[in-house]
Design a protein around this ligand. Structure first.
Ligand SMILES: *Cc1c(COP(=O)(O)O)cnc(C)c1O
Length: 370
């Protein structure tokens, strides 16, 4: 818990404190209040969407999206094998099956070339995940979705403000979902949001979020809904965070530029930014691509012993017990073995980064030559 340099630390200052005090003093501490309305409006505006529906977390946002689109038992949803497990779990929550696709070796998100071979007559949706802050290659995904009449649900949990060909993520799919967990680009502690341009889906998401209660007849329920509401206290934090989101993203990109500069020329693989992409570097992710006896674990342990926290990449979901497959996903498997997320919080100083890089080079080189 107590690293000298944590992997991702939220930047909370006076504005968050003032907003929370205002929310508490107003008496609106559950899921009504001005901060929720403002956060929904302003975050939708930030991401160029018409409607925002705030939720209790990012997983709830994804689950609501699938419910609102009537994804049903037996349906299939295409997702990348390399993502956080929530992307697959929500598909299971509605009784559907996640169908996995390998990652693209150049930018680590779902490989559009490998999607069509996975489409069956049961496929209903594609869920591209903008991994570690880099957007997916959306044009071919949009083309495939159109050709086969599939929904796109973007999982933008790691990529607030990332851009594909100059357009922000969260504006490509029919419903797109964000997380505001403590380590995400902006946070509400726990929280999330669905974005959509469709007024009917927006209304459906609101109803499903609130126990399925009719919006004009109290205690009338046409459907079985959920309690997936965000509190006004969380939204109060989120609104303060949102006022700084452009600064946070610029800081993330600055951190990445400095890491890139200091690591240039080393044999480590540095995080991608394709010509069509604006990466927001949610995490500064490297590949420790040594074939030597001492690998990513050795480097991570060395950094850990120096008080520097890191995170390995996710496991491909297809090696985990609930989703185990015998089929190989070679790109996802390689990324997962070699990937390491370095400290990436917006509070990092230049001195911190210089220190991280010097330790990183030390252990990496020791690993190579031992
Ligand atoms: C964080 C994350 C989620 C889930 O968000 P929570 O707010 O933690 O529920 C979903 N998908 C991806 C890719 C994530 O990184």
């Amino acid at each position: 818990m107590n690293f000298k340099i944590p992997v991702a630390e939220p930047d909370i200052d006076q504005e968050e404190l003032n907003n929370v005090i205002e929310a508490l003093k107003s008496g609106w501490i559950s899921s009504k209040g001005r901060f929720i309305i403002d956060l929904e409006e302003q975050f939708a505006h930030f991401s160029n969407a018409k409607f925002g529906i705030a939720t209790s977390n990012g997983t709830a946002a994804l689950h609501l999206a699938l419910e609102a689109l009537d994804i049903k038992p037996g349906d299939e949803v295409i997702i990348p094998s390399l993502t956080f497990i929530a992307s697959a779990n929500v598909v299971k929550y509605v009784g559907a099956h996640p169908v996995f696709v390998d990652s693209h070796p150049d930018y680590w998100c779902i490989d559009p070339e490998k999607i069509e071979e996975k489409i069956t007559d049961k496929t209903r949706a594609i869920m591209p995940v903008h991994l570690y802050g880099h957007p997916c290659d959306m044009d071919p995904i949009l083309r495939i979705a159109k050709k086969h009449n599939l929904f796109i649900i973007e999982d933008c949990a790691e990529a607030h403000g990332a851009e594909y060909r100059g357009k922000k993520v969260g504006s490509f799919g029919i419903i797109n979902c964000f997380s505001f967990y403590g380590n995400k680009i902006i946070t509400t502690g726990e929280g999330g949001m669905c974005l959509t341009d469709d007024p009917d889906l927006s209304e459906k998401l609101r109803v499903l979020r609130d126990h399925g209660m009719s919006s004009n007849k109290r205690y009338w329920h046409d459907v079985i809904g959920f309690n997936y509401r965000m509190t006004n206290i969380q939204a109060a934090i989120g609104l303060a965070q949102l006022s700084k989101i452009d600064l946070f993203i610029e800081k993330k990109r600055q951190i990445a530029r400095l890491y890139n500069k200091l690591l240039q020329g080393s044999a480590l693989e540095l995080p991608p930014e394709m010509s069509w992409a604006k990466n927001v570097y949610w995490m500064y992710s490297i590949l420790v691509n040594s074939d030597g006896p001492l690998n990513r674990e050795y480097v991570a342990k060395g950094l850990c012993d120096s008080g520097i926290d890191t995170r390995p990449f996710f496991y491909p979901l297809t090696v985990l017990p609930p989703y185990k497959e015998t089929v190989a996903y070679p790109v996802a498997e390689r990324l997962s073995c070699q990937g390491l997320n370095l400290p990436s919080g917006v509070k990092l100083s230049t001195e911190n980064i210089v220190e991280i890089v010097s330790k990183l080079k030390l252990y990496y080189n020791l690993g190579i030559y031992v």
